[in-house]
Design a binder for this molecule. Structure first.
Ligand code: NAD
Length: 260
């Protein structure tokens, strides 16, 4: 479906980003991976996707907290593939603490990666998308872009910001072939969430499995985790021509979390 298109997925060395990158490669798109991690492991992932799907796969280690490196990532993908058709702003981090105890450095870093990184990515990629009159920007926000939970001040603020920024980008590109949407996942069992569940298990003296069950019971009516592959398939749909008139939306995939 996306043969000949090129996509950048930020934060795609693990979790949701990696699942999304795999689904885009399966749909025929060339993929630029990005994210932190062990160089040999990342190279193995890169080769695996390339061989499995017969598409070009690159990697750039840009730090999404840094505007100049995001521009460098877009340039590297443009050099490798000729153009960037789809940008998936996915890189993100979490830190949980009450507002009173929230470390200022963590606030700054979460805002830099989870919110400013999305702005810089848009600014870097939009000129070429507008020049070709086709593009897709897909922001991996969160249910926390639409509702709050305690102890997640920076994350909730950043993700609400991403949903707002998505709407601005959609309006600014509305008369063009570019669309911009946000996907708002509920709980997905990735390293980012495993750490939160481990912390809860430790605090409450229960097993990881029991803590997982409890976090799902609190917020996610389906009581099942969303998977990176399910999110990848939604993103592939948003990148398709069928979604040409779908823009400015914050789409939940959350087992019913936002219906409550
Ligand atoms: P993860 O920790 O598995 O993956 C995060 C990715 O971002 C990794 O590839 C990591 O290397 C990369 N990354 C982190 N800091 C970076 C930086 N400075 N520069 C470049 N890359 C960096 O987490 P995940 O759960 O897959 O999260 C991915 C996105 O999905 C995040 O934006 C997160 O907020 C969002 N999200 C996750 C959940 C969930 O339940 N897991 C729910 C809603 C939204």
């Amino acid at each position: 479906m996306l043969k000949g298109k090129s996509v950048i997925v930020t934060g795609s060395t693990s979790g949701i980003g990696l699942g999304v990158a795999r689904r885009f490669a399966a749909a025929g798109a060339n993929v630029m991976l990005n994210g932190l991690g062990d160089a040999a492991e990342i190279e193995a992932i890169r080769q695996d996707i390339e061989v499995k799907h017969g598409v070009k796969v690159g990697y750039d280690g840009a730090d999404i907290a840094k505007a100049d490196q995001i521009h460098g990532l877009v340039q590297a993908a443009t050099d490798l593939f000729g153009q960037v058709d789809i940008l998936i702003n996915n890189a993100g981090i979490q830190h949980t603490a009450s507002i009173v105890e929230f470390p200022v450095a963590k606030w700054d870093l979460i805002l830099a990666i989870n919110l400013s990184g999305v702005f810089h990515g848009m600014q870097a990629v939009l000129p070429q998308m507008l020049a070709r009159d086709w593009g897709r920007i897909i922001n991996i926000a969160s249910v926390h872009g639409l509702v709050a939970s305690k102890n997640k001040a920076a994350y909730v603020a950043a993700k609400h910001g991403v949903v707002g920024l998505t709407k601005v980008a959609a309006l600014e590109t509305a008369k063009t072939g570019v669309t911009c949407n946000a996907i708002c996942p509920g709980w997905v069992l990735t390293p980012l969430v495993e750490k939160q569940i481990q912390d809860r298990a430790k605090e409450t003296g229960v097993s990881f499995e029991d803590a997982s069950r409890r976090v799902l019971e609190e917020k996610q009516p389906s009581k099942q985790f969303v998977t990176p592959e399910q999110l990848g398939d939604l993103a592939v749909f948003l990148a398709s021509d069928s979604a040409a008139q779908l823009t400015g939306q914050a789409i939940g995939m959350d087992g019913g979390w936002l219906a409550q």
